[in-house]
Design a protein around this ligand. Structure first.
Ligand SMILES: *[C@@H]1O[C@H](CO)[C@@H](O)[C@H](O)[C@H]1NC(C)=O
Ligand SMILES: *[C@@H]1O[C@H](CO)[C@@H](O)[C@H](O)[C@H]1NC(C)=O
Length: 360
């Protein structure tokens, strides 16, 4: 919320500078709240619908006089148990209308409480680390692709019960990961043994990986799993006008309807990449790391982007730019050749010694 206040203040400052007297401007602000619904009652039987509380204010908390305000609260279904009235208040089906209110003094605050049925299954991923590895050389050898193993530590927390119509069981039937089209070499692995199955469906426009827990997963279970896949390099790696390479990839979690507490995106650049920089359309914490894999000489630069509270709205493109000298593509084969050559020399030396011992 600190971020939000900062952005709003910045916007106000910009209007203050650019708006002429008598002019008006329309501003739209979208924000997503996580963990803001409180289940009540907290414990229900498996066949009961889950009811939740939502708390807010009928009038926005503002340091300025509010000439006019109307607030709409839209619930997922028209099953609303109760709601606070701040007259005028009207309800029609799944929509509650607060206002319109006129001429409210600064810092007017009118708390409201809405108690309604929420049938949406919610899944909270505690931590997600996504790693995208760019290999210019690998893409020449096989189909050009990225490999990114994704480590997921999941709390299968059923914060809000799933649809009671699904045999009345308040657990998840399946998870769906939306992957880009042309995905290949998909694998899925459970961290704590054999509890799930998975299916992959691909089409020209998208791919969907369905993960079906073999046993129902109730709230409170902890599980870890890994999904890995490859993608054609040419779909995601481009050259900018100034000669830099850049990766254009999607931020966020590919699993549908997921909130991630702690999200880490790692972009592993090819060996020899220089001056990496990231462009992300929202604030993230970023730093650089170095990783080593076999045959690496100087190690690979890793662009690490971290964000807390990642919601589906964060699933938009971001870019990582870097300079790359193609001569570095020869580093790996050079190492490979060197290793074989060394092996060869050792063999020859050994054989030679062997022979000379026999002779003597
Ligand atoms: C996982 O479960 C399936 C079906 O129950 C079984 O066929 C398979 O052998 C199991 N694999 C392991 C490694 O236990
Ligand atoms: C990144 O990809 C998206 C679509 O996937 C596209 O709309 C956008 O223009 C691309 N951005 C850059 C900088 O290439």
């Amino acid at each position: 919320s600190g971020e939000l206040v900062l952005v709003l203040l910045l916007m106000l400052l910009i209007w203050y500078i650019t708006l002429k007297p008598g002019e008006t401007v329309t501003v739209e602000v979208l924000y997503v709240l996580t963990r803001s619904l409180e289940p009540f009652p907290e414990e229900i039987s498996q066949s009961e619908p889950q009811l939740v509380y939502f708390r807010d204010s009928a009038i926005i908390l503002s340091p300025y006089l509010i000439k006019e305000q109307t607030t709409f609260v839209k619930t997922p279904s028209s099953n609303v148990e109760s709601f606070t009235r701040v007259e005028p208040t009207n309800r029609a089906g799944a929509e509650i209308k607060y206002g319109k209110y006129d001429n409210r003094t600064p810092y007017s605050y009118s708390p409201i409480l809405v108690h309604f049925e929420n049938n949406n299954a919610f899944l909270v991923v505690e931590e997600l680390v996504r790693e995208v590895e760019i290999s210019h050389w690998g893409s020449l050898q096989i189909t050009e692709h990225y490999t990114w193993p994704m480590l997921v530590h999941v709390i299968m927390a059923v914060e809000y019960q799933s649809r009671p119509s699904i045999s009345g069981v308040s657990s998840f039937k399946q998870l769906i990961a939306r992957l880009p089209p042309r995905v290949h070499s998909v694998y899925y692995r459970d961290g704590i043994g054999n509890i799930s199955t998975s299916h992959l469906r691909t089409s020209n426009s998208k791919s969907e990986l369905e993960i079906e827990p073999r046993y129902p997963l109730f709230g409170g279970w902890k599980a870890t799993f890994v999904i890995g896949y490859g993608l054609p390099l040419e779909d995601f790696l481009f050259k900018s006008a100034d000669g830099k390479r850049y990766l254009n990839f999607t931020f966020g979690c590919p699993l549908v309807n997921i909130v991630v507490d702690k999200f880490t995106m790692k972009v592993v650049l090819p060996e020899g990449s220089k001056e990496p920089s990231a462009i992300v359309p929202f604030p993230v914490d970023q730093h650089l790391e170095t990783s080593y894999s076999y045959l690496d000489v100087v190690g690979r630069t890793v662009m690490v982007l971290e964000k807390k509270n990642v919601v589906p709205e964060h699933g938009i493109p971001f870019q990582v730019y870097y300079n790359f000298n193609p001569i570095f593509m020869l580093a790996e084969p050079f190492m490979l050749v060197s290793v074989f050559f060394l092996f060869f020399v050792v063999c020859v030396t050994y054989l030679h010694m062997d022979i000379s011992i026999h002779k003597s």
